[in-house]
Each structure stands twice: as C-alpha cells, then as structure tokens.
Design a binder for this molecule. Structure first.
Ligand code: 5GP
Length: 175
C-alpha cells in the first residue's frame, strides 16, 4: 500500500501574504515607470503571480514559460527542458522572472541564460521561496520571499505530483 505523505505546516497564508506584499512594494519601487514584462514559470508560480500582480499598480505585461526539471520524483533530474511557445518579444524589455522556488538553481540559471541571449534591457529574478542549502549553481535572486529548509514543500500553487496546489498555506511533505 502507498502511504500518504504527512503535511506539516511551514508558512501560513498570512505569512505568505506578508511576503508577497513586501515583494510587491520592492518590485513597485524599481519598475514603476519601466513597463516590465513578467515571465512566470508554470505551473508552480501561478498562485503567487496572481496575488503579486494585483498589488502592482503600474503598466506591465505577463508571459508564461513551461520548464521542467522534475518528473514524478522529488529529486531534480538535473536536466531542464523548455516547452514550445516560449515568449519571443524580449529584446529591449525590462524582464522580471517570477518563480515559485529556487532549489538547485539549475532551472533559474537555464532561464536566465536563455533570456539573456535575447537581449532584454534588464533581467531580474523574483522567487517566492528559496532553498539555499541545495544550491548547485549560483543564481542571484533579486526579489526573495521566504527561505525554506532542505525539505520538499507543497501548497500555494506548488505541487507534489500535481497534488496540493490548491492549499492556501505552504507545507513540508514528510514521507
Ligand atoms: P531547481 O532547478 O532550482 O532545482 O528547481 C526549481 C524547480 O524545482 C521549481 O520550480 C519546482 O518546480 C521544483 N522544486 C524544487 N524544490 C521543490 C520543492 O520543495 N517542492 C516542489 N513541489 N517543487 C520543488
């Protein structure tokens, strides 16, 4: 029989909301007149993006990319792939990547490199969560929300094998 993972609460929805508000004011301060292009990494960042943009009171555009480094496992495969349909109008834009979690850093490093080649006017990274203990490549997180321990997390858009995205809080999954 497959045992259900146990969920232990890591961040409440109020703690997440406070982090999102802080990030929104940092981003608002820097991008007020820049008409940025936010590029959100699917699927994990969609709840974060939805809450964040409703606190950004200036012109902006949104695109999505679909990247994967994980299959059904909770360990990174170390390979990053981009699904077809990546945004093309990057040149000269102020681009801000919106991520759910930076773990090994491989996904963000891949996307930063991919977008940098398209010659944006500026390129920055915002991540709701950061798991610094597992970093394998250096990435600079310009806007960092919550620091998480070296545990597998889910909730608030972040899944485990497509489950738990709807939970309003963030949990550690204990196997
Ligand atoms: P990285 O390439 O930095 O190792 O991983 C980035 C991606 O791995 C994230 O966008 C996310 O999809 C996935 N990931 C990393 N850590 C976790 C975690 O604790 N929980 C979940 N659900 N996904 C994670």
């Amino acid at each position: 029989m497959v045992s259900e993972p146990e969920l232990s609460l890591l961040f409440t929805k109020d703690e997440i909301a406070a982090a999102v508000s802080r990030l929104a004011s940092e981003i608002g301060r820097d991008y007020l007149t820049k008409h940025p292009l936010l590029i959100a990494v699917l699927k994990g960042s969609f709840v974060f993006l939805a809450d964040l943009i409703r606190q950004l009171d200036f012109p902006l555009e949104i695109e999505f990319v679909r990247l994967s480094s994980y299959g059904k496992d909770t360990e990174s495969s170390g390979r990053v792939k981009m699904a077809p349909g990546a945004p093309s109008q990057i040149k000269g834009r102020h681009v801000l990547i919106i991520e759910d979690i930076i773990d090994t850093g491989l996904t963000a490093a891949f996307l930063l490199d991919y977008l940098r080649r398209k010659k944006p006017a500026s390129l920055k990274l915002c991540s709701l969560t950061d798991k610094p203990e597992r970093r394998r490549v250096m990435v600079n997180i310009d806007y960092r929300g919550l620091t998480v321990p070296d545990k597998f997390i889910a909730g608030y858009g972040i899944d485990c094998d497509e489950r738990y995205r709807h939970l309003p809080d963030i949990y550690v999954l204990e196997q």
